[in-house]
Write a protein that binds this ligand. Structure first.
Ligand SMILES: NC(=O)c1ccc[n+]([C@@H]2O[C@H](COP(=O)([O-])OP(=O)(O)OC[C@H]3O[C@@H](n4cnc5c(N)ncnc54)[C@H](OP(=O)(O)O)[C@@H]3O)[C@@H](O)[C@H]2O)c1
Length: 296
């Protein structure tokens, strides 16, 4: 079993290096790899890589994830998020390989408060959301066997993350303002990687599971709820926190204007994934507490 992992250095890619390793021979590349082209702006180089390796499974963790920057470089975002995945899908179809890909809650318009299902109408508000949707559609149209996992609010222990930022600010300031009108479920890159490995094992036995899934941790919160949890956890762990818990103040999204519009409702209904793959998705607090235990 040969597995090609693209985007190995990202939050999810890094965790996939760990979780995919036991499934077979893992060849992991990044945009600056020298053995094989893993640069998503080089579409013919990407196709050559797949033809040279002839993997049984292609896992794509690469993406243009700089949501605000994408507003001013839509063609680059489209190349990386839509045209390159279309090439992966075309090559997967030619080989009879599986393509595993990640997408986002940003394909939705963020209205309402009900969790979006895989059949909910899409309506992206940003270039990032639009190009990620185009990527999904290209994969679906290619006819290749695929697993597309839409996720949201991804964090990882490696590198910068929201929790680290809140911890730093909570040590420096006596007042914090955090957005409370966007709701979602913080989801660990480690959970995404582990579920991906489980799902691949099922898919290899059951090609009928090919399709689109929502994959996020259980429960829901706002950025304000997330920040409050992080700061409270750190305080209880003995970290020297300056801000009082009641001085973490909820504010509307409009208090922090950004080039890209974010959806207010990022909730994703994960029933299809849990039923199809017989999995239970842990509550978001479980993963964030684990992250904090690692980084504090
Ligand atoms: N992060 C989130 O909150 C979130 C939410 C919903 C869905 N997702 C989706 O989840 C997947 C994984 O995201 P992530 O959180 O792991 O993002 P990430 O940490 O930003 O990883 C993306 C990777 O793609 C790489 N990349 C950028 N341009 C490239 C290019 N031209 N060629 C090859 N690689 C390139 C990045 O490299 P550099 O870092 O060097 O640029 C990075 O290693 C993506 O499909 C994303 O759309 C993420």
């Amino acid at each position: 079993m040969k597995i090609l992992l693209l985007g190995k250095g990202g939050q999810v890619g890094w965790e996939l290096q760990r979780s995919l390793a036991p499934l077979g021979e893992l060849i992991a590349v990044d945009f600056d790899s020298t053995d094989y082209c893993g640069d998503f702006t080089n579409l013919s180089g990407l196709a050559d890589t797949i033809r040279a390796i002839a993997p049984d499974i292609i896992v794509n963790a690469a993406a243009h994830t700089a949501v605000d920057k994408a507003e001013s470089e839509p063609e680059l975002a489209r190349t990386i998020n839509a045209l390159a995945p279309a090439i992966l899908a075309q090559e997967a179809q030619r080989l009879g390989a599986w393509l595993v890909h990640y997408s986002t809650d940003y394909v939705f318009d963020g209205s309402g408060t009900a969790p979006w299902t895989v059949t909910s109408p899409t309506g992206p508000l940003s270039v990032y959301g639009q190009t990620k949707l185009e990527g999904e559609e290209a994969i679906g149209a290619s006819g290749c066997k695929h697993l597309i996992f839409r996720t949201s609010w991804v964090y990882a222990a490696r590198g910068g993350n929201f929790a680290r930022t809140m911890l730093r600010l909570a040590k420096e300031r006596d007042r914090l303002t955090v957005i409370d009108d966007q709701i979602g479920a913080p989801t660990g890159a480690d959970l995404l990687a582990d579920v991906t490995a489980h799902a691949i094992r099922t898919a290899l036995q059951r090609p009928d599971v090919s399709g689109l899934y929502h994959l996020v941790a259980g429960g829901q919160t706002s950025w304000h709820g997330y920040a409050s949890f992080v700061v409270d956890f750190a305080r209880q762990a003995g970290v020297d926190i300056k801000v009082a818990q009641e001085a973490i103040l909820p504010v509307a999204t409009s208090a922090f204007p950004t080039p890209a519009t974010r959806p207010n409702n990022s909730l994703l209904n994960t029933e299809k994934l849990q039923q199809t793959f017989s999995l239970t998705l842990p509550h978001w607090q479980t993963g964030v507490a684990r992250l904090l235990t690692e980084i504090l």
